[in-house]
Design a protein around this ligand. Structure first.
Ligand code: XIL
Length: 329
């Protein structure tokens, strides 16, 4: 009999999966059995929910929330403000020029109010701002239309609007390369300055798009400690462990190579032992999918190759990685 992840990790944190309309059907049983949290992979992004100024499209997002309710799962909301998957109308005038600051902030406010209040009491945590910090150079924030037009306080405003719409919801800043020391320090600086100004922020989301070796376990530990020291909650929001290194751009592999899945299992074991150690700070660990039949990594960073990043294989059977993770508990 196969243990259930959600039960095995009950004393420590929730176990989540990103879902979409197709995996909600194809992976239904697996999701219901092992997971007690879900995140919409794309269905709650700005472009999905609010494709035109006067039109919202809630159907797919509602189905995910309904599925979670039917299975006693928590829902993490992803994401309110991001430089990607935001429709062009948000940043434009009807005449075609760029929107001004007041207009953009009014649109952001109205979007956040509408979405967060619709799911009030149903979505317990929101990734309010996603990926606003710069990966390179000296600057803190990445260039984006939000930043260009509204200025850097678009971040604080997003949190304030979300908090006003649902004062109970936990509000997160979410990012990738979160364990790379340079970026980690920038994220800390951002979060620290938000807290200093009494902006309602409750947590840092560690996307955790990792591979067999990067980031090092030591860097992951440092990141957890630094974020925890800010006095916020930690959610691991988009965990996957790619079997390819960054520089490996091969597209011809139809099956994992010899040893890959064993190395992945060892890596997952170490990662979950670490998460468990910091269980007091880590409240939720969400995978960016559930099983190897579907992962966004099949198209990122290289299009059209297979990756095998999860604990379950394409037939939803437990992999060596599953065994090691359960052993870590
Ligand atoms: C990805 C989805 O998985 C893809 O289906 C979509 O094409 C692009 O976005 N960081 C995030 C997620 O915060 O929203 C991204 O999801 C993956 C990287």
């Amino acid at each position: 009999d196969i243990p259930k992840l959600r039960e095995v990790f009950e004393p420590y944190f929730r176990i989540g999966a990103a879902v979409n309309p197709s995996t909600l059907t194809a992976q239904r049983e697996l999701l219901a059995r092992h997971f007690n949290s879900v995140t919409a992979e794309n269905e709650m992004k700005f472009a999905s929910l609010h494709p035109e100024e006067e039109r919202y499209a809630f159907e797919e997002a509602d189905r995910i929330v309904d599925f979670a309710a039917a299975h006693g799962m928590a829902v993490r909301g992803h994401t309110l403000v991001w430089h990607n998957q935001t429709p062009p109308w948000v940043f434009q005038n009807p005449s075609g020029g760029a929107a001004d600051r007041e207009t953009l902030l009014a649109r952001m406010k109205s979007h956040i109010e509408t979405v967060v209040s619709r799911y009030k009491g149903l979505i317990y945590a929101w990734d309010v701002v996603n990926e606003a910090v710069s990966d390179d150079g000296g600057e803190l924030l990445r260039p984006s239309k939000w930043l260009d037009i509204a200025g850097e306080d678009f971040i604080a405003k997003a949190f304030e609007y979300a908090h006003a719409a649902d004062p109970q919801a936990l509000l997160f800043y979410n990012d990738y390369n979160e364990s790379v020391p340079e970026k980690r320090e920038k994220i800390c600086e951002l979060v620290r300055s938000l807290k200093e100004r009494e902006v309602p922020i409750h947590g840092v989301g560690l996307q955790a798009h990792w591979n067999l070796v990067h980031p090092s376990l030591d860097d992951i530990r440092q990141a957890i400690e630094r974020y925890a020291s800010l006095g916020v909650k930690l959610h691991v929001t988009e965990l996957d462990v790619s079997v390819f290194l960054h520089e490996d751009r091969r597209t011809d592999l139809k099956e994992p190579e010899a040893g890959m899945l064993e190395r992945q299992a060892e890596r997952y074991g170490r990662i979950f032992r670490l998460f468990k150690e910091y269980g007091e700070h880590i409240e939720s660990v969400t995978f960016w999918g559930a099983a190897d039949d579907y992962t966004w990594l099949d198209n990122f960073p290289v299009r059209g190759r297979k990756n095998w990043p999860f604990l379950f294989d394409a037939g939803h059977r437990p992999k060596p990685s599953f065994r090691e993770v359960v052993e870590a508990a």
